[in-house]
Design a protein. Structure first.
Ligand code: PLP
Length: 347
């Protein structure tokens, strides 16, 4: 068998062995099934095709330096999916069922888990969506829960910790003030893709969304949270329309461990000028430094670009945080919080 070159992989779908799924029909969950058939057969009136009753999760299985495989805080993902499903008023798997099916998916795809040295990992994608035929405007009564995976490299395809540029989203919002931004819904992505595509076409790696009510403060990137370092502080926005990132939550703990002060608060755009280091964070991106944030401001005389610059290398504090969190995930650093859950080799 030829060796797979994981360094060439980006955050993408690569074939694996199997998926695990269960259906909840009439409030009864079926026994989870494993299949190598990657096509679902669904009714054409299933809610997911029409009104987007759909939420998902993202987590990684890491092969550690000791050869053992770990999941990072899967209980947090299970609880967040429960919260997303509650928002959509549809059934959700229990925390136990969620974790069991994720473990099963890892075990069924054991030979797809990249080696420690590659820096790559097995990304797990649990999805939950409405399947009962419907036309009337109602929440989905019956749902399917499926866990699939893909062995991925880093999100940007570039090496990790290589900074990229971002632009403020002045013409499009990700989430409304009293909307669904705090839940991990497919719909949040559907409606931000167009803005994302425009930013990418302009050559930006990231799009930084503002609060939809006033466009005066920072919310988050399209698929990852925002945090900045200034005067020994770890600063991240506090807003109900920002997705509660588990990576961000964990980094706040690690930051405290390092003696940083942690501030969750409103960040006005003007404050961007004062930050020493700026990053995006999330399961897929881990920590990705931001080299520059452009703000294209439209004036009567035309559009001007204000630039906030953070340098072309990862900042020292962010790098320390990165090493600690990745170290916990792959077993080179002590996991004194009990964040990692070991998955047993199925053989
Ligand atoms: C999933 C997601 C994140 C990152 O959350 P993690 O739990 O750290 O992976 C951030 N923002 C958005 C919009 C997301 O969907």
């Amino acid at each position: 068998m030829s060796e797979i070159d994981y360094s060439k992989r980006s955050f993408n779908y690569y074939p694996t062995n199997a998926i695990v799924f269960s259906k909840c029909v009439g409030n009864r969950w079926s026994a989870p099934e494993v299949t190598n058939d990657f096509n679902f057969s669904l009714h054409c009136f299933a809610g997911v095709f029409h009104y987007a009753p759909s939420c998902f999760e993202g987590m990684k299985a890491y092969r550690g330096v000791d050869g053992r495989v770990r999941l990072f805080r899967p209980d947090e993902n299970a609880l967040r999916m429960e919260s997303s499903a509650r928002y959509l008023d549809m059934p959700a798997p229990s925390v136990e069922m969620f974790i069991d099916m994720c473990v099963k998916c890892v075990q069924e795809n054991w030979d797809c888990i990249p080696p420690y040295e590659s820096g790559a990992s097995l990304y797990l994608r649990p999805v939950l969506f409405g399947i009962n035929p419907q036309l009337g405007i109602k929440s989905a009564a019956d749902v399917m829960f499926a866990v699939m995976c893909s062995a991925v490299g880093t999100y940007s395809g570039a090496k990790s910790l290589v900074p990229g540029a971002a632009v403020l989203s002045r013409n499009y919002d990700r989430a409304a003030t009293y909307g669904s931004g705090g839940y991990k819904l497919g719909a949040n992505y559907a409606q931000s893709l167009h803005a994302y595509n425009l930013a990418h076409k302009m050559g930006y790696r990231e799009l930084l969304f503002l609060d939809s009510a006033t466009h005066s403060h920072i919310e988050e990137f399209g698929s990852s949270n925002f945090f900045a370092i200034k005067h020994g502080c770890y600063i991240t926005p506090n807003s109900p329309s920002v997705l509660p990132s588990i990576t961000n939550k964990s980094l706040r703990k690690v930051a405290e461990e390092f003696g940083l002060k942690v501030e969750r608060r409103t960040i006005f755009i003007d404050e961007l000028e004062t930050f020493e280091e700026v990053n995006s964070c999330g399961t897929a991106v881990v920590i990705t430094p931001i080299s520059r944030i452009d703000d294209k401001v439209t004036l009567e005389s035309g559009t001007i670009t204000r630039e906030y610059r953070y340098g072309d290398v990862c900042g020292p504090v962010s790098e320390k945080l990165y090493k600690r969190i990745v170290g916990i995930q792959n077993g080179t650093e002590e996991d004194n919080y009990g964040w990692c859950m070991f998955v047993n080799d199925p053989k």
